[in-house]
Structure formats: C-alpha cells, structure tokens
Design a protein around this ligand. Structure first.
Ligand code: NDP
Length: 330
C-alpha cells in the first residue's frame, strides 16, 4: 500500500536560510513560486528574458537568468517542459550543482529515462502535483490542498526525503483535501504516460468518431457536440467520479442512463483493450516510447505536427468553432 505522509513529517525548517530557485515560470512554476513564498520561503526565479520573466518581476520575485538562479540556489525546482529540460539543464544548471544542492522535479520522465543524469553529490527528488498549475495556485489560496506524488532518486545528504516533504508542504499539498503520497520517478512516469497512451487519448478519438457517426445519422452538429462534451457535463461527471466514486456517481444519472451504460459500456472493452494497455505499459517500461519521442523531436517533430494539424482541421473542430462562436465562448 502506498504511504500517505502526515503533515508533521514535513518540517519547513529544513528549508530555512535556503534559497529556492524556480526554473521555468510557467504553469507549475508561477503557482509553486507564489505558494512557496506565501509559506515564508525565500524564492528566486530563473527564466529566459521574455514575457514570463517580466511576469515574475511583476509578481515581485527576483528574476534572474537560468544559470544565475541555479548558481544562487540551494534547492532547484526544474519546472520546464520535459522535452526542453535536458538541454537547459546541461547548459545552465549542471555546472552549478555542487554538493548539498537538491534538484526537484515535477515529473519523473527525464530521470527515469536518464535524459538528465545529475552528479551523485546532489539530492534528486520528485514532487509531482496531480493538479494543473492553475489548481496549484487557486486551491491553496482558498485553503485547500491537492495530491502530490513524492519520491527520491538520489539521497547524498541523507535529507532528500525531508526536503521533498518540505517543498510539498510549501506548495500547499498538505492542506485539507490534499495528500502527499509515496511514489518514485519510475512509477510517476509509468502512470502519467499510461493515461496518455490509453484511456485519455482513446477517449478523444472515441468522441471524434461518435461525432462523425451521430452527424451521419442525421443529428445536427450542434446537438451532437453539446451531447458529447461541449455542454461541460463531462467535466461535472469527472468531478463526481473524484468525489463520489467512479461507479457510485452513476446514481446521479437516471435509471435508464445507468442501465444503458452498464449494459453497452463493457462491449467496447474487448481482448484488444487489455492487449493494448499491456503494450502501452511494456513500451513505457522498456523505453520504446521515450526513444520514439526523442527521435521525433530530433527530426523536428514532423509526425507530431502533422497529426495535431489533422485533428485541428477535422470536421469536429470546424463544427466546434461555429458552436463556440454562437455560445460566445470565442
Ligand atoms: P510550461 O509549458 O508552463 O513551461 C514552463 C516554463 O518553461 C515556462 O516558463 C517557459 O518559459 C519555459 N520554457 C519553455 N520552452 C523554453 C525554452 N525553449 N527555453 C527556455 N525556457 C523555456 O511547463 P509546465 O509548468 O506545464 O511543466 C513544468 C513541469 O511540471 C514539467 O515537468 C511537467 O511535466 C510538470 N507538471 C505539469 C503539470 C501541468 O498541469 N502543466 C502537472 C504536473 C506536473 P516561457 O513562458 O518564457 O516560454
């Protein structure tokens, strides 16, 4: 069973007198920086000199070039997109990783696949919110926490876990409704990629296909979109799953709906589904996906851009444009 850490296991004092650098003032970076400062920690920001850099200054932070922030800090939160991080790490962060510094990741990817290999004299920890950046900012502002996965990959100082727990506390994860859960870089990478490679992607393609079939069956595009997801009901169902339970939330639907979902839903899960999910697990674990994605990026991401452009110019996207304009959403 996963261990849930208690708030009294997280001692903020371990960070006292230490400078915490937020490298990358983006979705996660801005939220975590603001929360850590509110918790009383000394936070500096490292970013390229652009709009985000100016925003950090506007928010009252000392903003520096990435290498200067890494040089000044004792604890370095690398909050860059995973595909960008290795190059910036090698150029601007690695030269400043002397003994006693802690490198904190919000995703297991680059350590799991060794795209980043920190020197053994540094501590390397995972503090991975299961929450989008806006939630990391908004929830603690109203006194609520969010789940965070914590792990340690290098513990040179003997205090790596304590540092990770103090960071988790500083960003607000221990507040009510939050949770700080023991995990690892490898486990976080597996579950994160698994969702993306299975149900999350499958759901989008299934909705896309459902739209096509409904329209072919004579349903108006507007009614099809509102039914499938544009009403926002899907988001409400997701919220109910997280609070009432995945199957228990069915009680919020009519009996007709429940009977229909329970009898037809399972028919979509044939032997293929298990085989495809197992294949996803295998290709995450053996690095097949990571190698394919790295090769794709090295080639300038032609397949990625082609696939994205195909979806963005699909009939469902065109129909959305019209509906959203009509609803005043765009
Ligand atoms: P963002 O996409 O918001 O980018 C973060 C920062 O990276 C931005 O400040 C951006 O600067 C900077 N950046 C991007 N490209 C470059 C570049 N080429 N050179 C220099 N700086 C660059 O990242 P996220 O906050 O979404 O993700 C950060 C980490 O958090 C990742 O490890 C991610 O996996 C993890 N994470 C993200 C979650 C999320 O919901 N977004 C949830 C949980 C974990 P600028 O804006 O100036 O371009």
């Amino acid at each position: 069973m996963a261990r849930f850490y208690a708030v009294n296991e997280a001692n903020p004092a371990i960070l006292s007198g230490k400078a915490i650098a937020i490298i990358g003032y983006g979705n996660q970076g801005r939220s975590q920086a603001i929360n850590l400062r509110r918790a009383g920690h000394r936070v500096i920001v490292g970013n390229v000199e652009d709009q985000s850099f100016r925003q950090a200054k506007g928010d009252g932070f000392e903003a520096l070039a990435i290498d200067a922030a890494a040089a000044h800090a004792d604890v370095i939160l690398l909050l860059l997109p995973d595909e960008i991080a290795p190059e910036l790490y090698r150029r601007d962060v690695a030269p400043h990783l002397r003994t006693g510094k802690t490198l904190v990741f919000a995703s297991g990817y680059n350590i799991t696949y060794k795209f980043i290999m920190p020197p053994r004299e540094s501590d390397v920890v995972l503090v991975a919110p299961r929450m989008i950046g806006q939630g990391v900012l908004d929830l603690p502002a109203r006194g609520e926490g969010f789940p965070v996965l914590v792990g340690v990959s290098q513990d040179f100082s003997g205090r790596a876990l304590a540092t990770a727990l103090a960071i988790a506390r500083g960003i607000g994860a221990f507040l009510p409704h939050g949770a700080v859960v023991e995990s690892s870089f490898e486990e976080e990478t597996l579950v994160d990629l698994f969702s993306e490679h299975t149900w999350a992607g499958a759901m989008l393609f299934l909705l896309d296909r459902a739209f096509k079939l409904l329209v072919e069956a004579g349903v108006s595009q507007e009614v099809a979109l509102l039914e499938l997801y544009a009403s926002g009901e899907l988001g409400e169902i997701g919220r109910a799953m997280a609070t009432l339970g995945m199957w228990n939330q069915l009680k919020l639907h009519s009996h007709t709906s429940q009977f229909g979902q329970l009898t037809y839903g399972g028919e979509f899960i044939g032997a293929d589904a298990d085989a495809l999910m197992q294949k996803a697990i295998d290709e995450i674990r053996d690095g097949t996906f990571a190698k394919r994605w790295a090769a794709e990026q090295a080639a300038g991401s032609p397949l990625f851009h082609r696939l994205l452009n195909e979806r963005l110019s699909s009939p469902v996207a065109a129909a959305e444009q019209e509906l959203f304009t009509r609803l005043g959403r765009r």
